[in-house]
Design a protein around this ligand. Sequence first.
Ligand SMILES: CC(C)(COP(=O)(O)OP(=O)(O)OC[C@H]1O[C@@H](n2cnc3c(N)ncnc32)[C@H](O)[C@@H]1OP(=O)(O)O)[C@@H](O)C(=O)NCCC(=O)NCCS
Length: 373
Amino acid sequence: MAKVLSGAGLRGQVAGKTALSTVGVSGSGLTYRGYDVKDLAQNCDFEEVAHLILKGHLPTQAELDSYKNTLRSMRGLPVALKEVLERIPADAHPMDVLRTGCSMLGNLEGESSFDIQGQVTDRMLACFPSIICYWYRFSHDGVRVEVETDDDSIGGHFLHMLHGKKPNELHERVMHVSLILYAEHEFNASTFTARVCASTLSDMHSCVTGAIGSLRGPLHGGANEAAMEMIEGFTSADHAEEEMMGKLARKEKIMGFGHAIYSESDPRNEIIKQWSEKLANEVGDTVLYAASERCEAVMWREKKLFCNADFFHASAYNFMGIPTKLFTPIFVMSRLTGWAAHVMEQRADNRIIRPSADYTGEDLRPVTPIAER
Ligand SMILES: CC(C)(COP(=O)(O)OP(=O)(O)OC[C@H]1O[C@@H](n2cnc3c(N)ncnc32)[C@H](O)[C@@H]1OP(=O)(O)O)[C@@H](O)C(=O)NCCC(=O)NCCS
């Protein structure tokens, strides 16, 4: 007889140690190596935060310049990888493209030793935007986009390749903020996937490929895309309210709301919401932002459920002309820093992760010979 497992989803259970981030600890909503994410989002470029997470400290100006130069020099894609990307159809999900791209990169430029884990990570950080945009532009526009741009930032590089022109200052800043907000989040599902894989002493590309697969699901990274699909159907704030009430009455799960750890608010929401509003004003939007705000109010009023990081990311990305199906790959461009740092942390003090299960199956029984079954 099936038995209800205690602590389903491992909720609330400590599964290891980390010095990388705290999530939902009282007094600080989210911190990376001791810095509040709000402070980082206000004062830093994404590359500074990647340096903090991966190398342990905020860089000096000279270190940041050098780090950006290194990343800039690693944007190119090997011919064999471009050939693989050209064979993936336009209707493929970009997360599948990225999963394949990461795995193929591992075949071409494998992690020959853990001594080069930092270089392997920098390479992925630099070229994941190239993988996404090379495939997207080739399969959708028939263009072999130039991936070795001279843009200052990872977010700028991405938008430049996607739109075929350099982004304006506002858009580049929003990308910095967005990538900072998504960079690290303790033992979430995809990071835990990466750590389990790392604990077998597997290579970095396998850890990241597995993590991409975990992030793909709508209960994790896919929520910003699902939120966009919902809000783009609203014609006004009142219409949004009417639709939300219907969904709640039908007990539908509404993507972009709720969180496994935070109980009253997601600290990332207020930050991305402000930037979404700035972008709405820039494009002269009168519907999407207002409808999103109304969704937020209705969910709080009716269910005490709050927006997580994904909800206002949907409208923000949309205002910057980013196609909905590329939302979750942007999450990968950022969370890669957290995944890789967790892999390194796991390797530094490793024991294979191998929990036990409560057995709910049949009692011990003999095998009936095949002719008698
Ligand atoms: C994030 C999430 C998976 C957390 O799951 P969880 O910790 O297991 O929380 P629960 O599903 O137990 O939620 C508790 C209650 O709130 C409800 N609830 C939670 N999130 C909800 C949502 N987004 N829409 C409607 N109801 C929701 C649940 O149905 C449950 O109600 P019940 O007790 O009547 O069954 C969940 O909130 C969710 O699915 N959100 C939508 C997906 C999303 O935005 N994911 C991105 C996370 S950053």
